[in-house]
Design a protein around this ligand. Structure first.
Ligand SMILES: [Mg+2]
Length: 373
C-alpha cells in the first residue's frame, strides 16, 4: 500500500492561495494564462493584509461573478444567447467533434498506449436535478466495461470515491474521487500494474475532520434556502444550486462564502451549478491524471496517449496538463462553445458512449490483426 502526504505550507499564508486564485478564475471563460504562477511548493504568496483588503473590496463582485458564471453554464441560458450560437461554427472548427476526427485520433495514437480518463457527471451520466440520481445507463456501463478491457481506464470525479463507485460499479477501473484527492486502483490489482497491492493515495487526509465540520455547518446555514443541497464528498463539500430558484443564487453563494471565512485552509471553487469547498493543497484533476500515469509506469514515457473526457471547469486542469505534456488530448463534453484547453468536443453523454464504443471496436479489430477502421 502506498500512502503519501502532500505537505501543506504555513496555514497563515494558505488562505491567500485559496481566495486569490479563484478571483482570477471567476470569469466565465478563464484561460490558463490568466492564472497567477504558483510559488515553489505549490503555494502563492500574497500578504494576508493585502488579501483581506481584497476580500472586503471585491467580495460582492466575486459572488456575482460566480453566480453569472453558473447561469452561463445553464443550457437554458446558452440556448437563448444569440452571440454564442453565432460563435458555434468557429468554435467547432477549433474543437471538432471527436467522432468526426476519429480516424485522425487513432492515427495520432499509433504505437502508443492509450490510457482513458473519464469524468462522471455530465460525461458518463446526464446532469439531473437530484445529484443522488445521476445514474449512468446500463449501455454506458457495458461500454465502459469493454473499454477497460482494452485500455487502462480511470474515473476522475468531484464526487467522493465511494459514491462514484456506487454509480459506476466496475471493480476493474481506477477511481479518483474528490477531484483526485482520493485515488484507488482496481481491487484485484491490474494487468497494467505490477504487484498485487491496491493503489491508494489520499494527499489531503489531514483535512478530513475540518471538512466534516464545514459540511455540518453548511447543512445548518443552508436550511433556509429551498432546494439547496449540501453533499459531503469526503475530501470536499459540494453545495448544489441545481434545485434552487435563480433569484436565491447570490444569497446562497454569500452564505457559503461566510462559512468559509473561518476556514483559511479551505478554498472555494465553482462548477456547473455547484460551489465546492476543498483543501488548499495544490491538487486537482490534472495532478490526479499525472499521478495515475506515473503509477501505471508512464511517468517519463513518450509512448503513452492519455485521453481525458470531461464537461466541467474542473476538468480543464487535466486538459491543460495534456496540452503541456504534448501527449494525448482532452475532449470537452459540451453542446455550447466554451473556452477550453481540450482539443476536441462531444455534445453529450450519448456521444461519449459512441466514441468509447468506436475505440473498443477499433482495438478489437486491431488485436485480431485486421486492418484498422
Ligand atoms: Mg462533470
Amino acid at each position: 500500500m502506498t500512502n503519501q502526504n502532500v505537505v501543506v505550507s504555513d496555514p497563515k499564508s494558505t488562505i491567500n492561495l485559496a481566495i486569490t486564485v479563484h478571483v482570477s478564475d471567476s470569469s466565465i471563460f478563464p484561460t490558463a494564462a490568466q492564472k497567477p504562477p504558483a510559488a515553489p511548493g505549490g503555494y502563492i504568496s500574497i500578504s494576508r493584509k493585502k488579501l483581506l483588503k481584497n476580500l472586503e473590496i471585491n467580495g460582492g463582485a466575486r459572488i456575482n461573478a460566480w453566480v453569472d458564471s453558473m447561469r452561463a453554464s445553464s443550457p437554458t441560458h446558452l440556448k437563448s444567447t444569440p452571440s454564442i450560437t453565432d460563435d458555434q461554427g468557429s468554435w467547432i472548427l477549433h474543437h471538432p467533434s471527436a467522432l468526426d476526427m476519429f480516424e485522425q485520433i487513432i492515427e495520432a495514437s499509433k504505437g502508443k498506449q492509450i490510457v482513458m480518463f473519464l469524468d462522471y457527471d455530465g460525461t458518463l451520466s446526464p446532469i439531473v436535478d437530484d445529484p443522488d440520481r445521476a445514474f449512468m445507463s446500463k449501455k454506458m456501463r457495458a461500454t465502459v466495461r469493454k473499454l477497460a478491457k482494452c485500455f487502462p481506464t480511470a474515473i476522475v470525479s468531484g464526487r467522493c470515491r465511494d459514491k462514484v463507485y456506487n454509480f459506476v460499479r466496475l471493480a476493474e477501473l481506477y477511481y479518483a474521487g474528490s477531484h483526485g484527492m482520493d485515488i484507488k486502483g482496481p481491487a484485484k490489482g491490474s494487468k497494467y500494474k505490477k504487484g498485487s497491492e491496491a493503489l491508494i493515495f489520499q494527499p489531503a487526509s489531514e483535512f478530513l475532520p475540518m471538512i466534516d465540520e464545514v459540511y455540518k455547518e453548511l447543512i445548518e446555514k443552508t436550511k433556509s434556502t429551498p432546494g439547496a443541497k449540501v453533499e459531503n464528498n469526503k475530501f470536499c463539500v459540494s453545495v448544489h444550486f441545481r434545485c434552487v430558484d435563480e433569484k436565491k443564487w447570490s444569497e446562497l453563494a454569500q452564505v457559503v462564502r461566510s462559512v468559509l471565512k473561518d476556514y483559511p485552509k479551505l478554498r472555494l471553487t465553482q462548477g456547473r451549478k455547484v460551489l465546492e469547498i476543498r483543501p488548499t493543497i495544490k491538487w486537482d484533476k490534472g495532478k490526479a491524471l499525472e499521478f495515475l500515469l506515473e503509477s501505471l509506469g508512464f511517468a517519463n514515457c513518450t509512448d503513452v496517449f492519455p485521453v481525458y473526457i470531461g464537461d466541467d471547469r474542473t476538468d480543464e486542469d487535466a486538459f491543460k496538463v495534456l496540452r503541456e505534456r504534448g501527449q494525448g488530448f482532452g475532449i470537452l463534453v459540451s453542446k455550447f462553445p466554451k473556452d477550453t484547453n481540450a482539443s476536441y468536443s462531444l455534445q453529450e453523454p450519448t456521444q461519449v458512449m459512441d466514441f468509447l464504443q468506436r475505440l473498443v471496436e477499433w482495438k478489437q479489430v486491431s488485436l485480431r490483426g485486421q486492418p484498422r477502421l
